[in-house]
Design a protein around this ligand. Structure first.
Ligand code: FMN
Length: 259
């Protein structure tokens, strides 16, 4: 890890010291000192450089002055509602694949999802084009047929009769996967939630593909072509919505205990 502080720019505000949870900087007065023996603890979260008001920090070769500034405007109430409450789980899709540039933009946004210890070990596999999803559909239906869950028993015959009760006719499947470790599922779930909101903001419909996740738990789905040792922890079917919703369904506020 390489972090350096340009003493000629540093205003000695010590914000970098305050935000670093890895204690890479020596507490005290004056220009903060990077403790050599703590460098290995750095999780490369970039907070030190992002919080520096005088662009004095260079982390991993990137100067804080080159980082994007925080946008001045926050979401207004309408934009916030459009983002959070108008998102729906879409199960009726237009057949065309999703424009690749939209997927790339959404992936870029999803890379800002939090990850435990800033591990950033979420990987993506995107099958874009209905014909690429058909082998997944067949394998998932076969895997679910092995389940003891009675709800899954009839799925294989329904799929073979042409009823896509698993992927809902979606033209795209987005899989978040990782090598197993303590926080892999949490990291993939957070990333897919960012992805879902990002795609919604571009007008792309999505729906969590819990049935594919369950199927992959029962039997490896070779059609997903995941790297050796990786597990599918989260996934979305996606596509342009075939119909529009006009209203927001009512949601009871979640239970909360105030202490
Ligand atoms: C972990 C998880 C798994 C889900 N799996 C499926 C699924 O396999 N098929 C499906 O049609 N919807 C699935 N959903 C979507 C939920 O049914 C949906 O979020 C819920 O009914 C609320 O609707 P809304 O998302 O439009 O608010 C899943 C959602 C989550 C969070």
């Amino acid at each position: 890890m390489s972090v350096s502080i340009d003493a000629s720019r540093c205003i000695q505000c010590h914000r970098c010291v305050a935000v670093c949870i890895c204690n890479v900087f020596q507490p005290g007065s004056g220009v903060p000192v990077v403790m050599d023996e703590r460098r290995k603890n750095c999780m490369h979260c970039g907070h030190c450089a992002a919080v520096c008001p005088s662009q004095a920090i260079t982390l991993d070769g990137r100067s804080s002055g080159d980082l994007l500034p925080i946008p001045a405007s926050r979401l207004d109430d309408e934009a916030r509602a459009a983002l959070f409450t108008a998102r729906r789980s879409i199960r009726l899709y237009k057949p065309e694949p999703i424009e690749r540039t939209l997927l790339e933009k959404a992936l870029r946004l999803a890379s800002y999802a939090p990850t435990a210890r800033n591990a950033r070990e979420v990987h993506w596999t995107i099958l874009n084009g209905r014909e690429k999803l058909l082998p997944v559909l067949e394998q998932a239906a076969e895997a679910l047929a092995c389940s003891t869950d009675s709800r899954y028993q009839k799925i294989l015959s329904r799929v073979r009769q042409g009823e896509d009760v698993i992927l809902r006719g979606a033209p795209c499947l987005i899989v978040a996967h990782a090598a197993p470790w303590r926080w892999a599922e949490a990291d993939c779930s957070a990333a897919i939630s960012y992805m879902e909101l990002a795609l919604h903001s571009f007008g792309v419909g999505t729906c969590w593909s819990g049935m594919v996740i369950n199927a992959a738990r029962l039997k490896p789905l070779s059609a997903l072509q995941l790297p050796e040792g990786h597990v599918m922890y989260a996934g979305l079917m996606a596509g342009m919505p075939a119909i529009d919703y006009t209203r927001i369904p009512y949601r009871e506020p979640a239970g909360v205990t105030w202490i």
